[in-house]
Write a protein that binds this ligand. Structure first.
Ligand code: AMP
Length: 259
């Protein structure tokens, strides 16, 4: 690993008024912080969703003993003809992972009509009980935000090269595969389903330790502004422990074995 010395978690969040615009997450060495602050600010200022009225960037030094090192989930792409076929594949994969019909239906119903009680998209993810299908996150408007994850520089270079070789490179794939690899490694999380809320990005995914990261194309029609994330949680898990792990324990992807 190229990184030396202390590592810091950097998090950016930009909004327009009350509405979330974009965010970014990195774990970097101290001397990389200034360059990364510039890159994060530029990302917020050039976002196609509009001009931010607020940009917040936070940096926290990490206790290196608490950083969990994990491999990236293997990445596969399943080409689907359209949303109906894609939804059938998502249901099949989730049911095969031991998730009940109620829980699968809850995820679909909420994601396709805006999972926040106000009717819009959530900023974070839903937590859904694998058996009962009940929503478990304490704040349904915000959801649970997965933060403090990144790749080592070496793993980042390798992942980017391999995704480019396979013609599936997209910054979203880089970011989402890291997020999904962290979530899959969290005890109590059985699987994840994600559909972007970007109207132009129609590839979703299902991920778990056993399935890996399965990209599923044409999960929604172009122009559809709805999206979201659902983590299916084992009914014996402590919800507080799952949330603590997702939101505050740093995870670093050190290997990209199956890409
Ligand atoms: P995106 O793939 O960035 O379009 O995000 C899709 C959905 O996932 C968003 O509508 C949010 O509900 C949720 N989401 C985005 N970022 C995170 C995160 N860091 N942690 C948990 N959920 C997120």
């Amino acid at each position: 690993m190229k990184r030396r010395g202390e590592l810091f978690s950097l998090r950016m969040h930009a909004s327009i008024g009350e509405a979330h615009l974009c965010g970014a997450e990195r774990i970097v060495a101290k001397d990389e912080i200034p360059g990364m602050l510039v890159a994060m600010t530029e990302r917020a200022l050039s976002h196609k969703g509009g001009e931010p009225t607020s940009i917040s960037i936070g940096a926290d030094r990490l206790d290196s003993r608490r950083i969990r090192k994990i491999p990236l989930l293997p990445v596969r792409t399943l080409e689907k003809a359209g949303p109906r076929e894609a939804a059938m594949e998502v249901s099949r994969l989730l049911r095969e992972s031991g998730i009940s019909d109620e829980a699968v239906d809850r995820a679909f119903e909420d994601l396709t009509r805006g999972a926040a009680p106000s009717g819009g998209n959530m900023r974070g993810a839903m937590l859904i009980d694998v058996r009962s299908g009940r929503r478990l996150e304490p704040d349904r408007e915000r959801g649970v935000r997965v933060t403090r994850m990144d790749l080592t520089e070496e793993a980042r270079g390798k992942l980017e090269d391999r995704l480019r070789q396979r013609g599936i490179y997209h910054p979203r794939v880089m970011e989402a595969s890291v997020l999904a690899s962290k979530a899959a490694a969290v005890p109590g999380i059985v699987a994840e389903f994600c559909c972007s809320d970007d109207p132009d990005y129609t590839t979703g995914y299902v991920a778990s330790r056993t399935l890996g990261y399965r990209r599923i194309t044409r999960i929604k029609e172009p122009g559809d502004p709805f999206g979201g994330r659902a983590f299916f949680v084992d009914d014996s898990a402590s919800i507080e422990a799952v949330i603590r792990e997702l939101e505050s324990i740093p995870y670093l992807v050190t290997e990209v074995p199956g890409v």
